[in-house]
Design a protein around this ligand. Structure first.
Ligand code: CDP
Ligand code: MG
Length: 159
């Protein structure tokens, strides 16, 4: 039941100054941040992270977007963390992402608005899509010693 998942605040999220607000959403629901890094990834790393998409027509735009500036990587732990975080992140296409989700609250682009221009959808965050992806992505982004086991206040105290 206790799962770990990877969240990236993508370059557009960092550039817009949303690191604190986005991180806080996960903290507020009681998920635990167990790892945090700021990284400016290169094309090779992008191809590894997005290996499922490398052959797709939108990949060149996606690679340009994810390598255009630093990202903040969060390793997030909690009950059903993978599906919980995906729920909070919302649909891939901002146009249909529900209000209340991160993508629904901070973005509004559509596939129609970007694909013709060879650009990626700028949807401020990435989150692992399933448990297998989460395991591989945490391993790719974090060394073992960068992931921390500690107790939250709720775990230590009874409020
Ligand atoms: O990020 P998510 O798992 O929701 O979607 P994905 O299908 O794994 O695609 C990864 C990322 O590629 C998306 O978040 C978009 O930034 C980008 N993308 C795009 O620009 N155009 C598409 N038609 C599909 C994805
Ligand atoms: Mg995905």
């Amino acid at each position: 039941m206790i799962e770990r998942t990877l969240v990236l605040i993508k370059p557009d999220g960092v550039q817009r100054g949303l690191v604190g607000e986005i991180t806080q959403r996960f903290e507020k629901v009681g998920l635990k941040i167990i790892g945090m890094r700021m990284v400016w990834v290169d094309k090779e790393f992008s191809k590894e992270h997005y290996k499922a998409h490398v052959e797709k027509e939108f990949y060149p735009g996606l690679e340009a977007m994810i390598t255009e500036g630093p990202v903040v990587a969060l390793a997030v732990e909690g009950i059903h963390a993978v599906t919980q975080v995906r729920k909070m992140v919302g649909d891939t296409e901002p146009k249909i992402a529900q209000p209340g989700t991160i993508r629904g609250d901070y973005t509004h682009h559509s596939y129609e608005s970007t694909s013709g221009a060879g650009k990626a959808i700028r949807n401020v965050v990435h989150a692992s899509g399933n448990n297998k992806e989460a395991e591989a992505e945490i391993e790719l982004w974090f060394k073992k010693e960068e992931l921390h086991s500690y107790k939250t206040a709720q775990e230590v105290h009874t409020f």
